[in-house]
Ligand binder design. Structure first.
Ligand code: HEM
Length: 276
């Protein structure tokens, strides 16, 4: 079973087929590349603000200013990033709709977008506005956002040919934890990553030949799980060890971590839909 939009919404096939010959798809098509630049610029704004605000909740990055000050300076940009990426996405999407309709990566990306919006508006913005505090309704919404994010990851993992894009998400998670971890935890964590990387290289270049996909695929998938487990384990140790810290507690920190990764995942699915 595949999980592309055409599998969920088969009745839309004809409408999707004609989208690039009516407004706005027809007008956007000759300028696709220009509009796509707008898509990427919006991603830079959204990704940049998301990283700055959520790292602040993790207690790293721009720590000289209170989180609420960062929120005042960046919330407009965050909202502009979300609006910009959806608006430009809909425009380039209308000019290239058939490709999206048949793409499993695009379906994962849309679920990721939903999770990203929930996490941004229930964690990133309210928690920074209140210097790390989060009320019960926002906490409940954050858990829903996390569950939707898990569904998006599962769909991305099932998207054939696009699923190697999940390595971007693992890599981003590894970097965030490296940035947030302190002292001995950081050294042990980095050592663990180095060992895993070395063993993966030996397994996939020495033990198995470069074209032995029957062995390489399951080996790389197993390493994806081991890397993920290692990164999450150290993230938990770090969040618990720093406790409530100066501002946010472990719950908000875990959600801030997810609130960065959700946009990385959505962007990775956006890029990898071109390869499937
Ligand atoms: C309604 C929402 C969206 C729609 C309809 C949409 C649509 C598209 C389309 C049509 C493409 C071009 C694909 C291709 O021809 O290869 C694309 C690319 C891309 N999208 Fe989106 N998108 C949306 C939201 C997002 C979001 C929220 C993100 C990131 C957080 C994102 C990140 C990307 C990236 C990174 C690319 C690849 C650009 C490139 O490599 O040239 N998109 N999107």
């Amino acid at each position: 079973m595949t999980m592309a939009p055409q599998d969920f919404l088969p009745g839309l096939a004809e409408w999707v087929h004609g989208l690039d010959s009516v407004f706005p798809g027809k007008q956007v098509k000759p300028w696709f590349a220009e509009w796509e630049v707008g898509h990427i610029l919006s991603l830079i704004v959204l990704g940049g603000t998301s990283i700055l605000l959520n790292l602040r909740l993790l207690g790293v990055g721009l720590t000289d200013e209170p989180a609420s000050e960062l929120n005042r300076n960046l919330r407009g940009w965050t909202i502009a990033g979300v609006v910009g990426i959806v608006a430009t996405g809909l425009l380039i999407g209308s000019a290239n709709a058939e490709r999206l309709y048949t793409s499993e990566a695009f379906a994962a990306k849309m679920v990721g977008l939903l999770a990203g919006i929930i996490l941004t508006f229930s964690v990133t913005l309210p928690a920074t506005r209140r210097d790390g505090e989060l009320g019960p309704i926002a906490r409940a919404a954050a858990v829903v956002g996390l569950a939707v994010f898990a569904v998006a990851i599962w769909m991305f993992a099932a998207a054939k040919l696009a699923n190697p894009g999940l390595w971007h998400v693992i890599f981003a998670g590894a970097l965030i934890v490296l940035f947030a971890a302190r002292g001995l935890t950081r050294i042990v964590y980095l050592g663990g990553l180095a060992v895993l990387l070395a063993v993966q290289q030996v397994m996939t270049n020495v033990v198995y030949r470069w074209d032995d996909y029957a062995h390489l695929d399951p080996t790389n998938k197993a390493f994806a799980w081991v890397f993920t487990a290692w990164i999450i384990a150290v993230a938990i140790v770090q969040a618990v060890a720093t406790g409530r810290g100066r501002e946010s507690g472990p719950f908000v920190k875990a959600m801030a971590f997810a609130a960065i990764l959700v946009w990385v995942m959505t962007a990775a699915a956006g890029r990898w839909l071109a390869f499937a």
